[in-house]
Design a protein. Structure first.
Length: 297
C-alpha cells in the first residue's frame, strides 16, 4: 500500500512553505500528497448548522482551497487530496501522520524560547507520531534545496545540498539511516554522517591516550553500522564526521550548508508530554534547513 506524504495546513506562511516542500518530496518519492486542516471546533462542518461556526468553516475551506489551487498550479504532476478533520490539531495530525509515508509541518522560531506551528501543537505531534516528521521554515523555496550555481546565484538546476544525519552507533538507528540514505539517493546528494562522542572524566595524565582510543573506537563503531547501508546504496557518496563534542552542536555546525537534516527520536511509552530528546529539540529550534525527526525503537 502506497502511503501519501501528508502536510498539516493552518493558513500560515510556514504551513504553505511546508506544503511546497511536501509536494516536491511527493514528486521525488512518486507518492500522492494529502493536505490536512484540523477543524478546531471539534464538530464536523458537514454535520453542524450552528451560525457561529459559519465563519471558521468558511476560513477552513478557504485554507484548503487556496493551498490546492497553489499546488495544482506549481506541481501539476502531483496527485492531491484534502481533508478537514473534526478533531483538535495535535490529534488530527498524529492520526494523519500514522497513515503517511512522512508528515510535513510548518516550523517557526529560530530560538529556544520560540515554537513552531503554535509551539505545543508541533511538539506534541513530533513526540507522538511514529512516522518521520519534517519541519519546514517559512520562506523555504526549491532553490534552497540546491547549491548556488557557478555564479553564486540561487538555482534549481544545480546539484542538491548534502543530506546530514546524526547517528549514535550505541543505539538502534536502522530507520534513521534508511530515511537518510533514501533521501540522499532521491536527490543524488552526498550524505554526511555525524557522530559526536564525549570523554568520561579521568585524571589529566590519562586524557591524551584515552582520547585517541575513544576516537578510534568511535570511528570503527560508525563504520560497522554504515557498512551494510553503503553496500545497499552504492551510488550515495558518504562522508563521516566523528568528533569529540556535544551532539547538538556538532549537528548545528554540520547542517549549516545542508539541504536536509535527519535526527532520531526514541519512541517512548508515555502518553503525556512532549518527549523529543535534547538533540532533536535543539536542532528543531535552531537549524534553518528542513529537519526530519525519525522515530526509532
Amino acid at each position: 500500500m502506497r502511503h501519501p506524504v501528508v502536510v498539516g495546513l493552518d493558513g500560515s506562511r510556514e504551513s504553505l512553505a511546508a506544503a511546497d516542500w511536501a509536494a516536491r518530496e511527493a514528486l521525488r518519492r512518486d507518492l500522492p500528497l494529502r493536505l490536512v486542516h484540523a477543524w478546531e471546533g471539534g464538530v464536523s462542518p458537514a454535520e453542524s448548522d450552528l451560525p457561529e461556526l459559519e465563519a471558521p468553516r468558511y476560513w477552513a475551506r478557504r485554507i484548503l482551497r487556496g493551498a490546492m489551487d497553489r499546488l495544482n498550479e506549481r506541481y501539476p504532476q502531483v496527485y492531491l487530496s484534502a481533508d478537514q478533520v473534526p478533531r483538535s490539531a495535535p490529534d488530527a495530525l498524529v492520526a494523519a501522520g500514522e497513515e503517511s509515508e512522512l508528515l510535513v509541518l510548518g516550523s517557526r522560531a529560530f530560538s529556544g524560547i520560540g515554537g513552531f506551528m503554535a509551539g505545543s501543537v508541533a511538539l506534541a505531534t513530533v513526540a507522538h507520531v511514529t512516522r518521520p516528521v519534517v519541519l519546514v521554515r517559512a520562506g523555504q523555496a526549491s532553490e534552497d534545496e540546491h547549491l548556488p550555481d557557478e555564479n553564486g546565484r540561487p538555482s534549481t538546476r544545480s546539484p542538491y545540498r548534502p543530506v546530514v544525519v546524526g547517528v549514535d552507533p550505541a543505539h538502534r538507528c536502522e530507520d534513521l539511516l534508511a530515511f537518510a540514505f533514501e533521501s540522499a539517493r532521491l536527490r543524488a546528494a552526498p550524505l554526511k554522517v555525524v557522530h559526536a562522542w564525549r570523554l568520561p572524566y579521568m585524571p589529566t595524565a590519562l586524557e591524551a591516550k584515552a582520547r585517541r582510543d575513544v576516537q578510534r573506537a568511535a570511528e570503527r563503531a560508525l563504520d560497522a553500522v554504515l557498512a551494510p547501508w553503503r553496500e545497499k546504496y552504492p551510488t550515495v557518496q558518504v562522508t563521516t564526521v566523528v568528533e569529540e563534542g556535544r551532539p547538538a552542536q556538532q549537528l548545528l555546525d554540520a547542517a549549516q550548508d545542508a539541504g536536509l537534516l535527519a535526527v532520531g527520536r526514541r519512541i517512548r511509552p508515555a502518553k503525556l508530554g512532549t518527549h523529543t530528546g535534547p538533540v532533536a529539540h535543539a536542532v528543531m529550534h535552531h537549524v534553518r534547513c528542513p529537519v526530519a525527526v525519525v522515530p526509532h525503537g
